[in-house]
Design a protein around this ligand. Sequence first.
Ligand SMILES: [Zn+2]
Ligand SMILES: [Zn+2]
Length: 419
Amino acid sequence: MDHPIFNRKRQLLLGHDDQLPFCRRKCLKDWSDSAAHLGRQMKSSGYTWLCEACANRRKIGDSNATKGLLELTRTWADTESSVQKVLEHLKTKQSDIFLDDLINSKFLAFHKDITDEYGMEDKQHSWAVIEKQEEIIMYGPYYPDYSSGEHSEDIIIKQTQELLEAEDFPEDWTVYVFTMNSPCLSRNTDPCMLNLVHKARDWWSMYAVKTHIGFVRSWGFKGNKENLFKNVNYRQMEIITHSVDYRSYIESVDKIDDLSPLCETVFSVAKDLLTAEQLKFPLITTEEKQEQKTHFKSMNCMLESKQEEEKKLLTKELNVLVEAADLLLSGENQSLEEHMEKGKVFSLTYTFCSEVCEGLREEMRVRFQQCWMETVQDRCAEFVREKLTAEFNQHTVQLFIEDIHRLTRSYLQIGKLKL
Ligand SMILES: [Zn+2]
Ligand SMILES: [Zn+2]
C-alpha cells in the first residue's frame, strides 16, 4: 500500500525558551501554572531537584488520570450498555461539539493542502499531521481495507507511533488526526476511537505531545450499520402515530399477531420524530440511482394467470410502464401524501398501448397503485430509520467526547470540523 508522507519546512524561529537546555525548558513548562513553584524555581540553583519533583508530580498525576481514563473507556467498550445510555439520552436535544476555532483553522489549512494534492473525497479516509516547531509532517490520505478489516485510523496510529519513536525528543509536538467519519466505537476488535484515546494518553505521558482529532460526520458505534431501529417499519410507525402513550401502543400491538412491540425508549424517540414535523423525503437514494435498482417487480405477479399471447403483450406493456414510473421516483423530497397523489395521478393519466383491453388496463392501474403505495411506505419508514440512526450516532459521539474531555482536556481534543 502507498503511504505518502510529505514535509513542509517552516522558518525556524528561535525564541528565548528554545535556547534553554532541553530538560530545563520542559520543567519550566510543567511548573508554569503554579506561581508558588515558579518562585522556588527561580531561587533554585541546580536542575536536579526540579527534574525529580517534575518526574514525581507526573507519575502521581499520571497514575490517577490513567486509572480514571481506563475505567471510562472500559465502560464505553461495553457496547450494549453504552447504547442504552445513549438511547436514554436521545430525548434531550444537544448540539454538536466543535473543535476550538484555532485548531479548526489549522485543520482547514491542512485540509486544503490535502485536497489540492489529492482532490476532494467524500468516502471514509484519514490523514494526519505532526506539527513541530520547525517543520510539518503530513501523512495520508489512508483508506480502510474492509477485506482485511483494517480501518484508516489503524494506519494513522501505526504511522504516528513510528514517527514519534524515530525522534529522540519529540517534545511539544502536536498531532492532528483528520478522519471523515468520527472513529468507530464498536468493532470486532478494539474500536478506533478508544485506540486513539489510549494512544493520545501514551503520547502525552511519554513525549508531552498533544493530539487533536477532527471529523466531518458523526459515525457513532457502527455508523450506517447501526441496527437499533431496524424494527421501525411503516406498520409500527402508524401505530406509534395513533397511540397517545406507550401503554396504548402496547395494547394495539398485542392485537396484531405478527408484530412485536418496540422498547419504550425507541417508541418515544420515534414518536417524538413523527409528531415533531411533517416528513419530506426522497423516494430514491443516490446509491439506488447508481445501482439502477428495479422497482415495481411485484407487478409481474399479474402475468401468472395469463394465456401465452396475452402474457407477451402484458410483459411488453409492463416494461414500458415501469420505465415511465421510474422517472417518477427521482423527484424532489415530498410528504407521504404528496408522493401517494403523484402515483395515483400517474396511473390514471397513463396512456396504454391501444392493443391492451380496458379490463387489463384497470388491473394494471390497481396493481400499480398497490405497488406504488408499498414503495412509498417502505421508503418513508427507511427515511425515519435513517433519521433516528443519524440522531443516535450524533448523540453517541457527543456523549463520548463530553465524557472523555473531562479527563483529557489538557492533551486531547476531539470535535467536529467546520469545513
Ligand atoms: Zn525535568
Ligand atoms: Zn474504526
